[in-house]
Design a protein around this ligand. Sequence first.
Ligand code: SAM
Length: 285
Amino acid sequence: MQRDEPAAGSLYLVGTPIGHMGDLSPRAIHLLTAVDVIVCEDTRHSGQLLGRLGAKGRRLSFHRYNARARLPQLLELLAGGSSLAVVSDAGLPAVSDPGEELVAAARRAGHAVLCVPGPCAATTALVSSGLPSGRFCFEGFLPTKNKERRQRLEQIASELRTTVLYEAPHRLITLLSELCIYCGSERPLQVARELTKCHEEQVGPTVQAALNHFQQTHPQGEFTLVLGGAPITTAITLSDIQLTESLRNLIAQGTTASDAARQLARETGLSRRRLYALLHQETSD
Ligand code: SAM
């Protein structure tokens, strides 16, 4: 631990537990009990943790509804030499949580910004999923508006890297159903539930398997989804003859012609219509 922390006029982003209280680091505890001001997503929620630690700093709220009004006051405090710690309800501030705007404004104003790293649901789920973690992207919560959501789902469907998503329990089944449609039922997926808590579990290994599970077991708690990347498309190198053969194989296994075209379209990134036409061409030859 650096004993000269907190430095005057510095902004600290402090990671707090996403479940297990033992995950609060000694450095985080030191900072939270020593800074002049603690900027909380919700002062009442963080009040429980801060009370237990005996943190005496002034508490100010900072969330999406007061961010613009609060920013000048926080910048003024930094300029006046106060040390500030930012905490969200859980995890790392500024990851699907307030903080990003404050960090950007503090940097623009020339103040030091330091992160006291701590738990983050996204990386905790990623590294425990068993899916490739060397390259990944983070989507957080998907947009709720139809058009934007569809566009984002299309992008995710063709993303080659592992994708991490957040979702609320009451929307989980909808998201899993959408992933089934856009990415295919057999796309690898691990749903991390209640990470670091006593009922922690992983549900997978595919989109369909997770959907089946949560259709039978009501989703409760907090969820982070880790979706495998799209299969590297072999479409560019596959000839029409090979594509037709793949379609025929699927049909021989009992898949209808239109479902076979849909499935191969998902796997190769080619248009379903083009694949369906190949079958038609084949029967009319
Ligand atoms: N900033 C936080 C972080 O670093 O983890 C994330 C904040 S975001 C508003 C909250 C979402 O994170 C939840 O809806 C859920 O998707 C995910 N999450 C948080 N805690 C979790 C946990 N213990 N297990 C699984 N997912 C969790």
